[in-house]
Design a protein around this ligand. Structure first.
Ligand SMILES: *[C@@H]1O[C@H](CO)[C@@H](O)[C@H](O)[C@H]1NC(C)=O
Ligand SMILES: *[C@@H]1O[C@H](CO)[C@@H](O)[C@H](O)[C@H]1NC(C)=O
Ligand SMILES: *[C@@H]1O[C@H](CO)[C@@H](O)[C@H](O)[C@H]1NC(C)=O
Ligand SMILES: *[C@@H]1O[C@H](CO)[C@@H](O)[C@H](O)[C@H]1NC(C)=O
Ligand SMILES: *[C@@H]1O[C@H](CO)[C@@H](O)[C@H](O)[C@H]1NC(C)=O
Ligand SMILES: *[C@@H]1O[C@H](CO)[C@@H](O)[C@H](O)[C@H]1NC(C)=O
Ligand SMILES: *[C@@H]1O[C@H](CO)[C@@H](O)[C@H](O)[C@H]1NC(C)=O
Ligand SMILES: *[C@@H]1O[C@H](CO)[C@@H](O)[C@H](O)[C@H]1NC(C)=O
Ligand SMILES: *[C@@H]1O[C@H](CO)[C@@H](O)[C@H](O)[C@H]1NC(C)=O
Ligand SMILES: *[C@@H]1O[C@H](CO)[C@@H](O)[C@H](O)[C@H]1NC(C)=O
Ligand SMILES: *[C@@H]1O[C@H](CO)[C@@H](O)[C@H](O)[C@H]1NC(C)=O
Ligand SMILES: *[C@@H]1O[C@H](CO)[C@@H](O)[C@H](O)[C@H]1NC(C)=O
Length: 709
């Protein structure tokens, strides 16, 4: 029978494999492994698997050589807890030890670092702590090539002499710990193969030490997110193999020496962002032919863009935002930057127009030129940039909004468009031929003093999540089609001249009604793209989903009552109806908006009492009903004990123990009993304030423009 034939073959195979492995596993090595096991407080079933077999070469995570010596211990993501036993250092043939992604604690045994056999030691993503000891000077040459101790809790100064004994060392990743002192440079003498050092996300301080220039094979040097000060030493530029030089978020200063810079002609990735560098961008930047990523944002760089930037033909990302650069962008001929995907030049002093040459960068997906002094009109050539997903031109002096929108509408992949604070006093185009924009999630045309109405073409932007039209002079009613924008959740129409009632359609906004609806699946992502593999994110910007659900209709000419149905907008975090002509009572239903953190109804003609149910809004931290015609007692309890009297000013008929006008006994407000629950609410509030409010309501337009503008 074929079946028994197969079974026999399988049995034979099994016997063979057993025979093969029973040669192996030295008793002494087995005992070292068992001592390692004994050091663990939690092993997630490894012990079971290990004790079941006599031959340790077939144990989970163990690999032996043909003669039965253990050459690899691979116990990654096993949920191991406890200490790493020095006994692993006794495995005389161990080459690879990988214990990454566990919960191991305690120190890294010196026996592993000084092992006479280990060439790859990876204990990253654990909870190891303490200092890394210098190896005893009597130790002879060690074979270690790769050491990954990143994402642990190591402290103290980094060893320096230890590395002299590791002549084969290639890479050290010590990032994301709490090392202090100066970054090490001792790798650079006598280690001919040393290629990678990552010490980012630590607490290193002091200057960049001399000696790195002797690292002739060093390709990657990352030391971002420390507290390193001083200038880039001349010596550093002798490390001519460098491909990735990354020192963002430190305290470095001084200028970039153009003559020295050319020496680093292998650079692919250069990140010096968030420091205090000054001076100009050297002309010699154009000689860095391999450069793909250039981040120099948030420094103190001045002068003009060097025209040679146009020679960096491989560049993918240029981020020079938040500096003091000036002059015309046309200094650079962008035509040859065929790979350019992200160009960030915002918050500088650039003047003139957008140069035509940018329009030949067909790969551009991300363009931010906001907060400069650019002027002129967009030209039809912009339509070449079909890949654009993010465009911000806010806070410049561009003109012709009608022409601009007709050009921009053809960019089918556009998800975010921010053009506020331009086009001053122009008319909002209402023309139905503005179609397209079908992928737009974020639209900001604020601060333009635009006249006209809220245009009907907006009703076609079915994916819209954020709409910012505040600080214009738009008139007419709030359109009733607004509730057809199923993903809209952040609406700022404040400071316009909108008239009529608050439409009931607005009470039907799906995203404001429910927390449960997901954001639009293809919304803007946190990072538009990552480029150089293994290196930092390009530009970060907030996903639209990070924004709070908000409705701001303040400072208009809206009249009528506040709809009772407003209580349906249960997902709102912030509601502002201030400075309108609203009358009638404050609907008690507002107390159904349980997560509300900000409520501003000030400067209307509201009458009646403040509904006492509002004390149930436990997250309410900004409350303003001043300058209305409210009467009766101010509710007591809940968040109301935290609001200043200015929240109630200008309502002479309101009374409260806290206000000038005290209440008669007859009209005293019902007090809610002070209870444990109230205390808990306070704590919840405190957490709410930190977590939600901090990233929530305070994300007003200034902060939005910080991220998007
Ligand atoms: C350790 O194992 C993890 C998970 O397989 C792997 O990503 C990592 O590259 C390994 N470490 C080394 C140094 O090879
Ligand atoms: C270094 O090793 C030598 C010889 O093994 C030993 O006598 C000495 O105590 C060690 N020193 C330290 C600091 O461990
Ligand atoms: C640790 O760093 C080494 C060297 O860069 C790398 O090969 C390895 O993949 C890293 N380990 C993990 C878990 O990422
Ligand atoms: C170092 O390790 C961290 C994780 O701890 C990783 O994010 C980083 O990319 C590694 N550095 C390099 C240069 O591979
Ligand atoms: C730093 O380590 C922590 C804990 O392992 C981890 O959650 C975090 O992602 C790491 N950060 C970086 C930048 O690698
Ligand atoms: C950074 O270093 C400076 C001295 O160079 C010191 O005054 C400052 O406190 C340090 N900052 C942090 C966050 O460690
Ligand atoms: C910025 O650079 C200018 C020179 O261009 C210098 O005068 C000024 O002090 C620098 N500012 C800071 C904060 O370093
Ligand atoms: C920019 O470079 C392109 C290609 O090299 C060239 O055709 C064009 O004339 C240049 N433009 C300007 C304004 O110099
Ligand atoms: C537009 O986006 C789609 C989907 O992300 C992508 O496949 C397409 O290549 C993009 N078009 C351009 C011109 O970049
Ligand atoms: C904006 O540009 C116009 C010309 O297009 C000019 O008259 C005006 O002064 C500029 N405004 C500012 C603030 O630069
Ligand atoms: C605005 O732009 C459109 C399209 O580019 C153009 O036809 C129109 O003449 C421009 N208007 C003004 C006033 O320049
Ligand atoms: C309201 O908008 C106008 C432009 O239409 C602007 O000039 C004014 O400063 C804005 N007011 C507030 C309080 O922001």
């Amino acid at each position: 029978m074929p079946f028994s034939g197969l079974a026999a073959a399988a049995l034979l195979l099994l016997l063979l494999s057993m025979a093969n492995s029973t040669i192996a596993c030295l008793e002494q090595e087995k005992s070292s492994l068992l001592r390692f096991l004994a050091g663990l407080s939690h092993d997630n079933g490894i012990a079971m698997s290990w004790r079941n077999g006599i031959d340790c070469c077939v144990w989970e995570g163990i690999t032996c050589s043909e003669d039965g010596a253990i050459i690899e211990v691979y116990l990654v993501s096993k949920g191991l807890e406890g200490q790493i036993s020095p006994s692993l250092g006794e495995l005389r043939s161990l080459l690879y030890l990988n214990l990454s992604y566990n919960l191991l604690s305690g120190g890294l045994p010196e026996e592993l670092m000084s092992s006479g056999s280990i060439i790859v030691l990876d204990v990253s993503f654990n909870r190891l702590d303490g200092d890394l000891q210098e190896l005893n000077s009597s130790v002879s040459d060690r074979p270690l090539q790769v050491l990954n101790i990143s994402s642990n809790r190591f402290t103290g100064e980094f060893p320096s002499t230890t590395w002299e004994k590791m002549r084969s060392l290639v890479a050290i990743n010590a990032s994301n710990n709490s090392f202090t002192g100066q970054i090490p440079s001792s790798f650079c003498t006598g280690l001919p193969s040393f290629a990678m050092l990552d010490v980012s996300y630590n607490q290193f301080s002091g200057s960049i030490p001399p000696g790195i220039g002797k690292c002739t094979a060093l390709k990657v040097l990352k030391a971002g997110h420390n507290n390193i000060s001083g200038a880039l030493p001349d010596d550093l530029f002798h490390a001519t193999s460098l491909e990735c030089l990354s020192f963002p978020n430190n305290d470095l200063q001084g200028t970039i020496d153009g003559v020295l810079m050319i020496k680093l002609s292998n650079l692919v990735f250069l990140d010096l962002a968030w420091n205090r560098f000054s001076g100009t961008i050297p002309d010699s930047i154009g000689k860095l032919k391999r450069l793909q990523e250039f981040h120099m944002n948030n420094n103190n760089i001045s002068g003009e863009l060097p025209s040679s930037l146009g020679d960096c033909t491989n560049v993918i990302t240029i981020n020079l935002e938040n500096n003091k650069l000036a002059g015309e962008l046309s200094k650079v001929n962008f035509s040859n930057l065929h790979n350019l995907q992200a160009l960030g030049l915002s918050s500088n002093y650039f003047t003139g127009t957008i140069p035509d040459s940018i329009y030949s960068c067909g790969t551009l997906t991300w363009l931010r030129l906001s907060r400069n002094k650019l002027q002129g009109q967009l030209t039809e050539k912009l339509e070449n940039l079909k890949s654009l997903t993010f465009v911000s031109l806010s806070y410049n002096n561009f003109t012709n909004i009608t022409g601009s929108l007709h050009i921009l509408k053809s960019l089918r992949n556009l998800t975010s468009l921010l053009i506020g604070s331009n086009f001053i006093h122009e008319a909002m185009p209402e023309d139905e031929t503005i179609d397209g924009f079908e992928n737009l999630h974020v639209l900001a045309i604020n601060n333009c003093a635009l006249t006209g109405k809220i245009p009907n073409w907006l009703s076609k932007l079915k994916k819209l999540e954020l709409l910012l039209l505040h600080n214009n002079q738009l008139s007419g009613p709030i359109p009733t089609w607004i509730n057809s924008l199923n993903f809209l959740k952040y609406i700022d129409l404040s400071n316009n001249s909108l008239i009529g009632d608050i439409p009931t359609a607005l009470m039907e906004m799906p995203m404001l009604k429910s927390d449960k609806i997901e954001d639009h699946p293809d919304g803007p992502r946190v990072s538009p793209f990552t480029i150089y593999v293994g290196v930092s994110l390009c530009f970060q910007y907030r996903a639209a989903s990070a924004f709070p659900k908000m409705l701001n209709l303040g400072n208009n000419k809206l009249s009528g009552l506040i709809p009772v149905k407003i209580g349906q907008l249960k997902a709102l975090l912030s509601l502002n109806l201030s400075f309108n002509n609203l009358h009638g009572e404050i609907p008690q239903s507002i107390s159904d908006i349980k997560n509300l953190m900000g409520l501003d109804l000030s400067s209307n003609h509201l009458t009646g009492a403040i509904p006492s149910a509002l004390v149930n809004l436990h997250f309410l931290s900004e409350f303003n009903v001043s300058y209305n015609d409210l009467q009766g007692p101010v509710p007591i309890g809940g968040q109301f004990s935290t609001f200043p009297s200015s929240s109630f000013a200008g309502n002479p008929k309101l009374c409260s123990p806290m206000l000038v006008q005290h209440c008669n006994l007859a009209e005293a407000a019902p007090t809610s009993p002070t209870s444990t629950k109230q205390y808990i609410d306070k704590v919840v509030f405190a957490i709410g304030f930190g977590v939600f409010f901090g990233i929530g309501v305070l994300y007003d337009q200034t902060i939005i423009s910080r991220y998007f503008g």
